[in-house]
Design a protein around this ligand. Structure first.
Ligand SMILES: CC(C)(COP(=O)(O)OP(=O)(O)OC[C@H]1O[C@@H](n2cnc3c(N)ncnc32)[C@H](O)[C@@H]1OP(=O)(O)O)[C@@H](O)C(=O)NCCC(=O)NCCS
Length: 243
């Protein structure tokens, strides 16, 4: 009985923090009450369902955890495997199309937008999903694949595909994801400037265009050459060929 009340108390604390996360990080939730958020914020609903399913799974209860996860998915469009480990204060904004895999681990105060996948890369077993440290923001549509680690305080740009570890306090964008800010600064080394990679094909096309333009200009300026006239009159005198 004591144990049950302790579990309920812990769950209540989690629920309060999850609701506060929505109030703090969703501009649309400013001034919205707890009850309304519980009733109308799919990210919060999916999280509450996950907290229950996760506890039941850890307690060894069969079937029910997956049924709860499936029901939450139908209701919210957010699929969280009951075994995934999720820290306090996760906020899933909008939610639809979010997938969080079985061995994913999320720290505290992570923010996830719609269409994010924390997935595996194949059919490997064991730890195969990302570890996301505290205070990470993952933009809409981003795919984080494999047992990678996203360092605390990092931001993953919308639609980025991340397949390598991300250092703390970085901003990562693109496909494949590459850091464009580390600790608030652009990476110094030119080799790290993945945003401005040389494009040899575009360069070749540009230089061809310049040459063609120069040739066209030269063609306009030059007149057609005077016809070259050859004096075909038969020469007189001795045959220079001798013989
Ligand atoms: C990545 C992001 C978090 C911005 O982080 P930031 O640290 O403020 O970075 P900046 O805006 O200074 O951008 C850094 C560079 O990355 C580029 N960039 C930013 N977001 C990008 C993205 N999603 N894809 C590709 N490039 C991106 C910027 O153009 C900039 O390039 P530059 O250095 O050549 O100027 C933000 O752009 C983003 O994608 N947020 C997700 C928001 C979201 O999903 N909203 C959904 C609401 S429903």
């Amino acid at each position: 009985m004591m144990a049950l009340s302790a579990v309920l108390r812990a769950m209540l604390t989690e629920v309060r923090r999850d609701v506060r996360a929505a109030q703090d990080r969703d501009p649309a939730a400013a001034g919205v009450g707890v009850v309304e958020i519980l009733l109308a914020w799919p990210g919060v609903q999916a999280l509450l369902a996950h907290r229950l399913a996760h506890r039941l799974m850890r307690a060894g209860v069969p079937v029910a955890p997956r049924m709860i996860a499936a029901a939450a998915r139908s209701l919210t469009g957010i699929e969280i495997h009951p075994a995934a480990s999720i820290g306090p204060g996760l906020f899933v904004d909008h939610g639809m199309g979010v997938v969080i895999g079985e061995t994913a681990q999320l720290g505290a105060d992570v923010t996830i937008y719609q269409g994010v996948t924390l997935g595996g890369t194949g059919f490997a077993t064991g730890k195969r999903h990302p570890t996301v440290q505290d205070n990470v923001t993952i933009g809409s549509g981003a795919k984080l694949l494999g047992p990678i680690t996203i360092g605390h305080g990092s931001k993953i740009g919308a639609n980025t595909v991340v397949i390598h570890d991300v250092p703390p306090n970085s901003t990562v964008v693109g496909i494949p994801g590459h850091p464009v800010r580390v600790e608030g600064r652009k990476p110094d080394c030119p080799d790290n400037d993945w945003v401005h990679l040389p494009d040899p094909i575009a360069d070749a096309i540009k230089s061809l265009a310049v040459r063609i333009e120069a040739l066209e200009r030269a063609g306009d300026q030059s007149r057609a050459p005077e016809p070259f006239e050859i004096d075909l009159q038969r020469s007189t005198g001795p045959n220079p060929a001798g013989g």
